[in-house]
Design a protein around this ligand. Sequence first.
Ligand SMILES: Nc1ncnc2c1ncn2[C@@H]1O[C@H](COP(=O)(O)OP(=O)(O)OP(=O)(O)O)[C@@H](O)[C@H]1O
Ligand SMILES: O=P(O)(O)OC[C@H]1O[C@H](OP(=O)(O)OP(=O)(O)O)[C@H](O)[C@@H]1O
Length: 232
Amino acid sequence: MTITIALPSKGRMKDDASAIFEKAGLKIVAVGNERSYRGRVEGLDDVEIAFLSASEISREIGSGSIDFGVTGEDLIREGLSEADARVEFCARLGFGHADVVVAVPEIWLDVDTMADLGDVAADFRARHGRRLAIATKYWRLTQQFFSAQHGIQLYRIVESLGATEGAPASGSADIIVDISSTGSTLKANHLKVLSDGVMLRSQACLVRARKAEHAGDPLVAKIIEAVGGVVG
Ligand SMILES: Nc1ncnc2c1ncn2[C@@H]1O[C@H](COP(=O)(O)OP(=O)(O)OP(=O)(O)O)[C@@H](O)[C@H]1O
Ligand SMILES: O=P(O)(O)OC[C@H]1O[C@H](OP(=O)(O)OP(=O)(O)O)[C@H](O)[C@@H]1O
C-alpha cells in the first residue's frame, strides 16, 4: 500500500517540517523540478510526499485522502469535528508554537477572566442593544470554549480572515479570538489575554488519519517511530 504524507508547501512551517523528516532519516526529494508539489522519500518506494498548505493539510487529513500530515494542532481542531476520533496526534514537533487566545481591550479593567466576560456578555444587549461580537477565524474552537466549556451563550461571531486584532478598534467586533505567539500584535492593538483565556497551546504535529488499513502496516509504524524518535 502506498502511504501519502503531506508536508507544508509554503509558510512558516515549511522548512522545519522538511528538516524534521530529514533528521528522522526520511530524506525528502522533489519529484520533477524544484517547484513540483510532489516528492518522495529516498529509499522508500511506497511513500509519496504531497506538498500542501498547512490549512489544506488539516482538510485532507479529515477527508482521509492523505495518510499523514504535518500541520498545526489549531488547524486540525478547528477544521475537524471529533478530531481525536478521526486523527491520531503521533508527535508534537517542537516548532510552530502559538496559543489560540481570548483577548479583550486593555481598557476593560474589570474584565480579567472568562467569568467576568460571561457577565459582560449577559448584560451586553441591555446596555448596547446587540450581542457581544467576537472577531475570529476559529469558529469551532470559539463555540466549544465559550458555549460548552464556559456556558457563555450570548455572543455573535464575526468572521475575520485577517488583521483580526484590528477589529475592536475599527468597531467591527468587541473582542477577538486569535493566535498569539510573541504577544506583540495584541500589545500593539491594546488588547490583553484573559487570565484563563488560553484556549489551546498549539504547535506543529505529525498527524495520522485513522484508517483501518493502517493497522499492522510496518511502513506506518516506521514513519511514526522515526519522526517520534527525533523529537523525543
Ligand atoms: N505567529 C504566528 N501566527 C500565525 N500562525 C502561527 C504563528 N506561529 C505559528 N503559527 C502556526 O502556523 C500555522 C499556520 O501556518 P501558515 O500561516 O504558514 O499556513 P496557512 O494557514 O496554510 O497559510 P495560508 O493561510 O496562507 O494558506 C498554524 O498552525 C498556526 O498555529
Ligand atoms: O504574537 P505575535 O508574535 O505578534 O504573532 C501573532 C500574529 O501573527 C500572525 O499574523 P502574521 O502577521 O504572521 O500573518 P498571517 O495572519 O497571515 O499568518 C497571527 O495572525 C497574529 O496576528
